[in-house]
Design a protein. Structure first.
Ligand code: ADE
Length: 407
């Protein structure tokens, strides 16, 4: 049985929990047992529901009668508030996305009737693929990035015996590239708007020393008004400060910077390459260096000179050339990050303060009949069956062994 704390958990405390947790992980010295021993059930961090939920030692229970305990982040008040949620609090309506560790489902909260995108991750899959770090990272980033209009928000997180749940904003406009596929290319002003919103979100992440790393079509969503929502922080890298670099290889090859493909050191400028690749696809209909043969494309990314055909303005081509510079030290954004993009002539019509305040009218408003409209979601997802067991919260059993384990 879970003993729940009654003490309020403020956002500041929560940040403390995350930082503490992140620091331990960063040390990479601990196995799960060590980590949990270090935290100890008496440690103030452990006493908070959130840490309890995710750091539970093996053999102890995950759910109480009410279901798995969790935290709720509501930013309606200045101070973030917390409350509890469980798998049983939602009706799971449709599959709206899939990934290697599980699915994303449209769900309705039974009490407040609001719609959410619930990312359900199978513990078994995560363990099998040694991806505990990705999950910890995703959740940690979601907890930190509560404050940007173009980043998906985490509302609740909890776990059952077999699964981890992240309850996120539902971006009902669907994947940006779902729309791009249908239209082949976007007009330059539409591409500019999306690129500017993405740049703003990436600049914000960088200001928190987080490298997104995984800017790719399926992670760029639209909300109901047509604004960008970046989702999926599973491959983010935290703690990259200034010119610090890392070497971990991850991500989708088409949009990866050459230094990542070659497993050379890289830094936050990989995100500016990624933005260049996405902008190229919006303007030309294909990613840069494209070839139907994947190996050829990988080789092109690393060695082929960038050829930009006419049909895109001089400013657009110049921006692409600068973002897709193989020399990351010379890439746009290398010195002053997003500020360098903001000053580029391609974005001269963008008022950045208005953009972040969502005062710029999106160039395309998804047609939606209501908050549960699925017309912008790929039927390849919505036709998949919804697992029946999602709302079932087992009352005890095996927890997520080694969730906090970093080898
Ligand atoms: N697919 C993945 N995450 C999503 C979200 N937050 N909203 C809509 N579709 C998604």
């Amino acid at each position: 049985m879970v003993k729940k704390t009654k003490s309020p958990v403020t956002y500041t405390k929560m940040k403390g929990i995350v930082s503490y947790f992140a620091a331990l992980i960063k040390e990479r010295k601990f196995g799960s047992a060590d980590l949990l021993q270090k935290l100890g059930t008496s440690h103030p961090i452990y006493r908070h529901m959130d840490a309890e939920c995710f750091l539970r030692p093996e053999g102890s229970s995950v759910c109480d009668e009410a279901g798995a305990a969790a935290l709720c982040f509501s930013s309606t008040a200045q101070e973030l508030q917390m409350s509890r949620a469980s798998a049983a609090d939602f009706d799971y309506l449709k599959v709206i996305g899939t990934g290697s560790f599980g699915k994303v489902l449209l769900a309705r909260h039974r009490e407040n009737d609001r719609y959410y995108a619930v990312k359900v991750l199978k513990k078994q899959m995560i363990l099998k693929k040694n991806a505990e770090g990705h999950v910890i990272c995703e959740r940690s980033v979601l907890l930190k990035t509560v404050n940007h209009p173009f980043l998906v928000r985490l509302h609740f997180s909890f776990q059952t015996r077999d699964r981890l749940y992240l309850v996120l904003d539902y971006a009902s406009g669907g994947e940006l590239f779902y729309h791009l596929q249908r239209e082949r290319v976007f007009t330059e002003s539409r591409a500019r708007f999306y690129a500017a919103e993405m740049a703003s979100a990436l600049g914000y992440l960088h200001s928190l020393h987080i490298v997104y790393r995984d800017l790719k079509p399926e992670n760029i969503l639209l909300d109901s008004a047509g604004h960008v929502v970046l989702t999926d922080f599973g491959l983010c890298k935290e703690g990259i400060v200034g010119r610090a670099t890392t070497r971990t290889f991850c991500g989708t090859p088409e949009y990866l910077a050459p230094e990542v493909l070659q497993q050379r050191e890289y830094d936050r400028t990989v995100d500016w390459w990624g933005l260049g690749a996405v902008l190229h696809e919006m303007l030309y209909g294909l990613p840069p260096f494209y070839s139907a043969d994947r190996m050829v494309m990988l080789s092109n990314i690393m060695f082929q000179p960038l050829v930009l055909k006419a049909g895109v303005s001089k400013a657009g081509r110049d921006l692409l050339k600068r973002l897709l510079n193989r020399d990351r030290a010379k890439r746009l954004g290398a010195k002053h990050d997003v500020a360098e993009l903001q000053h580029h002539s391609f974005f001269s019509s963008i008022r950045w303060d208005d953009l972040v305040a969502k005062k710029i009218q999106p160039p395309f408003v998804p047609s939606l009949s209501g908050p549960d409209d699925l017309t912008n979601i790929d039927p390849a997802f919505t036709n998949l069956p919804v697992p029946q067991s999602l709302g079932v919260c087992e009352d005890a059993g095996m927890t997520f062994p080694g969730f906090s384990y970093m080898s």
